[in-house]
Design a protein around this ligand. Sequence first.
Ligand SMILES: [Zn+2]
Length: 250
Amino acid sequence: MSFAALPKDSRRAGGIAVIPLSDSIDKVSYQNRPVMIVKENAQKYAIFGIPLSAPLGNLQLETNQNPISISIASYPYAEQHIKLKDQSYVNPDQAQLDRYAQEAKEQNAVYLSFSPAQWASFPNFIVPTKGKFSNSFGRKRFFNGEQRAPHSGLDIPAPVGQAVVAPTGGVVVQTGNYFFNGNTVMIDHGQGLISMFCHLNAIKVSIGQHLNQGDLIGLVGKTGRVTGPHLHWGMSLNDARVDPQLFLNK
Ligand SMILES: [Zn+2]
């Protein structure tokens, strides 16, 4: 049996649970939202994104049969202290907060979507841009000393203008210039699997465009809340932001 195509199983907040299912299970959900099901070598699996906010201990998934219980382990996410010159990125004013609320609404609608997959077995992933990266997902962040949301993606430092490509096939479902995220592209890969690419210098795709793995989606930049040029690569499964490195398990 080969597990090569599936994401890596890592049962922690911000991780992924790859759960073998009996053949009679054809529906899995978490908090009333559908969870991805795939079949590899005649074995069914639920591919469940564990929210960054998930508490330690047991968490329950509903199915069309008995519920499934999985155990969430602790994980030593590091702290990161970031200095920003532009204080409005630390304490936005009311107009900026209003703008952010509207943008968050747009992005959350994408994260909650669950479209049929265009693939038969779980797709292979490549890194979307070249660059040396460290383990930046899940970091507890402090901006100018004030704690803010944990880092929900993987940062790949790269020069402005470098190509960013689709890590796997999908459909462009959102593009925009966002307050924190800068120029952003969101791609739907099917069954609740969504990728996000932020701080772009330029966007090279439009909404509705179908992409194959390796297709150009934009150029690395430093738009939005950044300290320098890099690609922020986010992955979301069943509306949970998960560690993109778990898809690079080849
Ligand atoms: Zn980032």
